[in-house]
Design a protein around this ligand. Structure first.
Ligand SMILES: Nc1ncnc2c1ncn2[C@@H]1O[C@H](COP(=O)(O)OP(=O)(O)OP(=O)(O)O)[C@@H](O)[C@H]1O
Ligand SMILES: [Mg+2]
Length: 530
């Protein structure tokens, strides 16, 4: 010890220390910043090679939502969602908070706890720390990410985007699906174009009544679509698919959309075109849709005058017109910014396609023939699905849904009747609804269905008899007219004779209505003419 003191006394530091003690701290700090900071920094990685990134609960800029509350940072919520799974596996001291949406919990770390996450063979650790208090901001919570300096590029370029994406997916998956409807009065504010309710429709493909092979084909197609992100990217096409559902009312078109949404776990955006006035309203709506969504336009034939060819519907635009933007008043031909078929087509193909994330668009119609072929051509509407009357297989699904029976002695009679009678699944379902919910009286419900089917069959027979009669009458009338036309070619005299004897012609027709064949009519007319 004495030796060390002797050595210190003999060194320059013995004389410098009192001098340094007199130098003000500020001067020393300036000296350090100017001359020593850089070299010390270069040395740091050797001393402490770990880098940290803080993701704070409150964003720096204190962004206010329109309700006036401070919005929690999106990135923080996404990180929490991402870490929730890791935390529930590894951490010993957790905190649970109700998820912002839905009924679930988000598990996060208690302060001071650390969990490790592996990404591409690299271990990255997350810890929960209290954020530093600043003069203008109270301390909050933050997630701290720590990793080795040599993995900096991997973490910044790949891991962090991965965390956000995965977190978004967890958040999306945890909340209930949503049914969005466009607001009647479109506001220019971002959040106000759509309103939504939780979508809690019980229909699935299991309960959807339709031909099983057709159903399987649709499910396969949806699976294919949702797993084909890379494929769409590779071929340079937007990740979207169009379905056209057509068929009579009550055949399950809307039900099919609900089944699709539940199957894919997508939100539904239901566009009511009649509330829109211009193409830019439509554009605003499309832009505000998110990925993983089904955009639905129901009864497209009734929604707006989208029928007829684009050429006939819109007068040729002058040179300065923007076809996507403008339309024309049919009456005046004066320029007016209205919703047009070409506008809709442009959105399907153009702007909207530039959006990232998968989207499905579904049109429904009761009248396929009324639609402009341009609207439903392949590429826009990739799959045309006909929803038709109830067949036996569809009936069995309904019987299982409503009565919980898979086989029944009355099924044979139903099968036979359904072969001839057209009844919509909605009507069949109505018959299968037991009057008393508690007692699922399959016998009574099936008997009621059989009665209704028989009634329909009798109606159908009557109608076909009447139609047959009409046909016979029409044929006779036609024949009669043909013969009448022949008369003037024979002679002018004959012609005047025919004109003067209308009563006999009526009698001939009368004979026809009582069931005479066409041959007999023509022969009697010949008789009359001769
Ligand atoms: N294929 C089906 N499978 C199961 N239930 C069905 C089916 N079709 C109809 N239904 C029942 O009938 C009701 C009406 O069906 P839905 O609204 O889907 O018919 P739609 O084809 O959309 O009719 P519209 O053309 O009038 O809109 C549904 O709520 C459902 O209970
Ligand atoms: Mg419908």
């Amino acid at each position: 010890m004495g030796g060390v003191l002797d050595h210190f006394r003999s060194s320059a530091w013995y004389y410098l220390t009192p001098v340094l003690a007199c130098v003000p701290i500020g001067v020393l700090r300036t000296y350090f910043n100017q001359h020593l900071r850089r070299p010390v920094r270069r040395l740091l990685p050797f001393l402490d090679p770990f880098v940290t990134i803080d993701i704070a609960a409150k964003p720096e800029d204190y962004s206010f939502s329109y309700q006036g509350k401070v919005k929690s940072s999106d990135a923080y919520a996404e990180v929490l969602a991402y870490l929730s799974a890791v935390c529930s596996r590894e951490a010993r001291e957790l905190r649970a908070e109700g998820a912002a949406e839905g009924h679930g919990f988000v598990l996060s770390l208690r302060e001071g706890q650390v969990v490790a996450d592996d990404f591409k063979g690299v271990t990255i650790s997350w810890s929960a720390v209290a954020e530093e208090k600043t003069t203008w901001r109270a301390s909050g919570r933050c997630c701290r990410l720590t990793f080795h300096e040599r993995h900096r590029r991997l973490v910044v370029d790949e891991y962090l985007p991965h965390v956000r994406r995965a977190g978004q997916e967890v958040m999306f998956g945890n909340r209930p699906r949503r049914l969005y409807s466009n607001k009647k009065e479109l506001s220019y504010q971002r959040d106000e174009v759509w309103s939504y309710i939780d979508f809690d429709h019980p229909t699935t493909f299991d309960t959807l009544a339709m031909d099983p092979a057709k159903k399987q084909m649709i499910m396969d197609d949806l699976d294919d679509f949702s797993n084909s992100k890379d494929y769409y990217r590779r071929i340079g096409k937007a990740w979207k698919r169009g379905y056209l559902l057509h068929g009579p009312p009550g055949t399950g078109k809307s039900t099919m959309i609900a089944a699709m949404a539940n199957y894919l776990k997508y939100d539904i955006y239901d566009i009511e075109l009649t509330t829109l006035e211009t193409n830019s309203d439509l554009r605003k709506l499309f832009i505000e849709t998110t990925g993983k969504s089904i955009i639905v336009i129901e009864d497209i034939d009734c929604s707006i005058d989208l029928t007829g060819s684009r050429a006939t519907m819109l007068p040729p635009p002058p040179a300065h017109d923007d076809a996507a933007e403008g339309g024309y008043d049919k009456s005046g031909g004066k320029r007016r910014n209205i919703l047009t078929l070409s506008g809709l087509l442009n959105f399907i193909d153009g702007l909207w396609s530039a959006h990232s994330g998968e989207r499905i668009i579904v049109f429904t119609t009761n009248h396929l023939d009324k639609l402009d072929p341009a609207l439903i051509r392949r590429g826009r509407m990739d799959m045309h699905i006909e929803m038709s009357y109830c067949g036996f297989e569809a009936f069995k699904t309904l019987a299982n849904n409503y009565l919980e029976v898979e086989a029944h002695p009355l099924f044979g009679a139903v099968e036979e009747l359904l072969r001839d009678v057209e009844m919509t699944p909605a009507d069949v379902a109505e018959c299968l609804m037991p009057s008393k919910r508690s007692a699922r009286d399959a016998d009574a419900c099936l008997a009621r269905l059989i009665d209704q089917l028989k009634g329909k069959a009798a109606e159908k027979d009557k109608e076909s008899e009447a139609a047959e009669e009409d046909d016979v009458q029409d044929a006779a009338k036609e024949e009669d007219e043909r013969e009448t036309e022949k008369v003037p070619s024979k002679s002018k005299k004959d012609k005047s004779e025919v004109a003067s004897k209308p009563t006999r012609r009526v009698m001939t027709n009368g004979a026809h209505t009582t069931g005479a064949t066409g041959v007999s009519v023509s022969s009697s007319t010949d008789d009359y003419l001769s």
